[in-house]
Design a protein. Sequence first.
Length: 318
Amino acid sequence: MTTRQQNHKTKQYWDSFYSNLSSHASAGLSDPTDQSFEWIVANSPILLDEILGMLLPSSAIVADDDGTRRLRSLEIGCGVSELSRCLLQRLLRRETACNDILSYEFMATDVSQVCINHCRQRDNEFIHKNSYGHLHYETLDILTTKATQLYNVILDKGTLDTFLFRSKRTNKGSELYPHLLLQLLNNIHAWLKNGGKYIIISPRGRIKAVRDYVGFTSVRRISFDEATLGGSILMQSNSNGNKKNNIYIYECKRNDSYNSQRDEPFRIVDKTANDESKCTNCNQTFKEFRGNVKIEDQGKIVWIRKWENHLVHCKGAT
């Protein structure tokens, strides 16, 4: 299946999902504005303030050609989430908000037109009543659409998780990071202004593709547990109860010197390990470490990553 076919199938799925959701609401069976339709975590004040604290200070916002300083935020894969609206509302309530920056532009996007229509109808009053803060809902396929407007920040609440899941299911080769993920990250890099930030909200404690992506100069992770967020975590852990249900915010700073047409997208992995390479702690060889699994089954890069992790954490033979 081609990328275009996958994208079309994905759009059909989400159109159907949100159509059913709206039908239930119209029948009085559910409320589409209920927080249970938020993904991963509800928009609690603690969460919103953490994200707002990551936004660029007003002094770093460069004026547009018309002389107006605008803080521009793009949310990708918004679904029926109220994240962008809640952030903008909280921002506008701050006493000095309108004194620091003349305008806030928040754009929430999704591939599903059904979803966008729903959000526009739900937030219609807010959209039209604010002069300093502007909220827009538009359709956008972040994988295929070239950047026409650059943003100070890109918000992602569940979209990267969806691509990670899709990549895991469809990746049959030896690539550590499939092309779909690379395409997503490169497009996010292209949509960000110099010095911009990509902010991810995820239940994943580690996102290796983001960690290793050269398009970011740094990635900072903040962890929240249920107690801190007052029980607003909506996605339950898949573990058997040994782990707490945490959610994470990743603050990724754009590497302005990265060129997707010229540079290697991910930090280079040492591929020199061979079957006789040995762990100095347990004396196990690379071949023994793999057991009966051939290196071609998962790909050399994947096995090298596992081997490097073993060398770092091995405590010796037991």
